[in-house]
Design a protein around this ligand. Structure first.
Ligand SMILES: [Zn+2]
Length: 232
């Protein structure tokens, strides 16, 4: 009995360790950065759309002729169809961030599949015909979710630079912009939440992030461009 418990514990520990390493996600492919030999980065915006913040963010991107990748929540697309359509029409990439932003760990495959499929349908309903990659809510990537993703031959996209995760940075737009611009490396996928109503600091920092990254010589590209991925 004791030996069985030890084996189980070791197996569980091993799985946890494996799950931390991006290249060996249990099933399916996951990427958290692109090739590091070219000065390109991808800005990714999680959650939303929400209004009026989506309109504000799109205006800032348009002002600087910059592209981004928006990982949208299906439910929020249904609530804000016009803002969602505006993202697609502006030529940005749209990713699937689940339908309800539920935690995906220990969910039945049917639940996970519905979350993905409903969101795909909502995105396609906007007239968007680009690639749709997936980013898990809360970054969960174990068990059922990767299995479903693998069965759908879908790419999971994480990030290599967390922009606005830190509470102090959220309150200080200049420090936030400096953090992102100074930490960025070639191939980075940068995570920001500019459509959260609770993150005015991220919106305030966005123009300086765009100019700062370009001043450092980075080209801003979509996730698919960065990863060299053909349409899904
Ligand atoms: Zn999220």
């Amino acid at each position: 009995m004791f030996i069985a418990i030890c084996i189980l514990a070791a197996a569980f520990y091993g799985l946890r360790e494996l799950a931390r390493v991006e290249s060996v996600q249990l099933f399916g492919e996951m990427r958290s950065h692109g090739p590091q030999d070219r000065p390109r980065v991808a800005l990714t915006f999680d959650d939303g759309p929400s209004q009026p913040h989506t309109t504000e963010v799109l205006a800032m991107l348009a002002e600087q002729d910059a592209v981004a990748t928006f990982f949208l929540i299906g439910e929020a697309i249904a609530k804000h169809p016009e803002a969602s359509r505006a993202i697609a029409e502006a030529g940005h990439e749209i990713g699937n961030h689940s339908y309800t932003h539920a935690r995906m760990v220990f969910r039945a495959p049917g639940f996970v599949r519905r979350e993905l499929d409903q969101t795909d349908a909502a995105i396609r309903g906007l007239g968007y015909d680009g690639p749709i990659h997936f980013r898990a809510p809360y970054g969960n990537k174990l068990f059922v979710l990767p299995w479903v993703l693998a069965r759908q031959n879908r790419l999971s996209v994480m990030w290599s630079l967390e922009g606005d995760g830190d509470l102090a940075l959220q309150k200080d737009p200049a420090a936030l912009a400096k953090h992102v611009v100074s930490q960025a490396r070639a191939g980075d996928i940068i995570l920001l939440h500019p459509m959260y109503s609770t993150r005015p600091g991220t919106r305030a920092a966005l123009p300086a992030i765009l100019t700062g990254l370009r001043d450092r010589g980075f080209e801003l590209v979509t996730v698919s461009e960065l990863l060299g991925k053909a349409p899904h």
